[in-house]
Ligand binder design. Structure first.
Ligand code: ATP
Ligand code: MEV
Ligand code: MG
Length: 395
């Protein structure tokens, strides 16, 4: 029985969140924090799902889960979302509409209903995802989950051989985008694209351009632990734009100019590193100010800015905002002592800090020679997966 182990990273948006939803340029990179997933066939026609991060453990009879008839464009997803199927699945999983676990389960079954082949439908499968990413904190946990689901279901149903080519990754990315749509409503696609392909990129309307210099940047990520949902933050910006288009549209354009200025900074040959980092810090400040004006900051995020600025550091919210994570640039001249003090002050507020770089590997698949049971998968410490697999091999 084939058994596949899949992994995909979270992401950090440097500049351009929210504006990217309106087709503007944003810059982002993959994170070292990843999700891990196990999928394997069964023989009894049951689908058993364990998603411990959202407290979901459920099994369904394969024959009860809706399946879609063949469609034009197979194996790529249909161009429009199937709202009828969504309503059907929402009633089927019966977990309410707005809970973490219902969104996760519906996204999984939405892809399942399109991708399941007859032989797999007769057998069933076990599926589990565990993540080192905080759920709902702006680091792309939904996209990383979506990429794991898409890769695992494509692979077990024989729609995907590996992830060696851009075409193969594109297939995964398109399905992950469907899952993101189930979870977010109206995503730009930046999160699933970065999680699928890895690296650091400028993204605009689905197209990516690599940003090579980014790998050398250091950041401190602070999780304020204030819960929020991307879908709600995106909807709030939409409402503000509908009310005041003449005010909000120039702000979105200005945010795009920040991403473009950032891209230009890295392509300037004569700019020395200290100047580059200083200007990058200024862009961090301006971008945060515009996001706050769009209404997506939060007192906890302003606290991160206040504390870090006392030590001469620049921070901005990252992801959808409203709580969740902030990003602080660690310039090369910042001493380890200063970083330690900032961390201490932030953690005294009840926040959680992690140091990170951006631009590592994207999604990866490993075919397991020996079947690992779901209980074994669940029993491992999450650090085990980071330590035992060199995901860089799969880029
Ligand atoms: N490990 C996981 N297991 C199952 N579902 C997950 C997991 N991680 C994320 N999800 C799904 O994603 C949802 C959170 O997505 P949301 O977009 O609000 O936050 P985020 O992706 O962490 O932040 P952002 O979109 O700003 O980067 C959860 O409600 C859940 O449905
Ligand atoms: C807020 C947003 O721009 C980024 C979320 O990580 C939403 C999106 O791009 O889908
Ligand atoms: Mg998300």
């Amino acid at each position: 029985m084939p058994s596949y182990f899949v992994s995909s990273p979270g992401k950090v948006i440097l500049f351009g969140e929210h504006a990217v939803v309106y087709g503007k340029v944003a810059t982002a990179g993959s994170l070292g924090l990843r999700s891990y997933s196990l999928i394997q066939n069964r023989t009894d026609g049951i689908v058993e799902v364990s998603l411990p991060d959202v407290q979901l453990a459920r099994s369904w009879q394969m024959k009860d889960i809706p399946r879609q008839a063949p469609w034009e464009g197979f194996p790529y997803p249909p161009a429009t979302m199937n709202t009828e199927l969504l309503a059907q699945l929402t009633a089927f999983v019966d977990l309410g509409t707005q809970t973490n676990r219902s969104q996760a389960a519906i996204a999984l079954l939405y892809l399942h209903s399109y991708l399941t082949k007859d032989d797999i439908a007769a057998q069933g499968y076990d599926f589990s995802v565990r993540s080192n990413l905080p759920v709902g904190a702006g680091l792309g946990s939904s996209a990383s989950y979506s990429v794991c689901v898409a890769t695992a279901l494509l692979k077990i149903n024989g729609h995907l051989t590996g992830l060696d080519t851009v075409t193969q990754r594109d297939l995964v990315n398109q399905w992950a985008f469907q899952a993101e749509k189930v979870i977010h409503g109206n995503p730009s696609g930046i999160d699933n694209t970065v999680s699928t392909f890895g690296g650091a990129v400028a993204f605009k309307k689905g197209a990516i351009e690599p940003l090579p210099g980014f790998q050398s940047l250091r950041f401190l990520l602070t999780n304020t632990r204030v819960p929020r949902e991307t879908q709600v933050q995106v909807a709030n910006v939409r409402k503000l734009r509908e009310k005041f288009p003449a005010i909000v549209d120039p702000m979105l354009d200005a945010i795009q100019e920040i991403s473009t200025s950032c891209k230009n900074l890295f392509s300037q040959e004569n700019l020395d590193r200290a100047q580059l980092l200083s200007q990058f810090g200024e862009l961090v400040d301006v971008n945060h100010g515009l996001l706050a004006a769009l209404g997506v900051s939060h007192p906890s995020l302003e606290k991160v800015r206040e504390i870090s600025s006392k030590l001469g550091l620049k921070s901005k919210l990252t992801g959808a905002g409203g709580g969740g994570c902030a990003l602080t640039l660690i310039r090369d001249d910042v001493t380890p002592e200063t970083v330690a003090v900032v961390k201490q002050l932030l953690e005294a507020e009840g926040f959680y800090c992690m140091e990170t770089s951006v631009g590592g590997p994207g999604a990866g698949i490993l075919t397991l020679t020996e079947a690992t049971s779901i209980p074994e998968f669940l029993a491992h410490d999450k650090a085990y997966f980071d330590a035992t697999q060199n995901w860089a091999y799969f880029v």
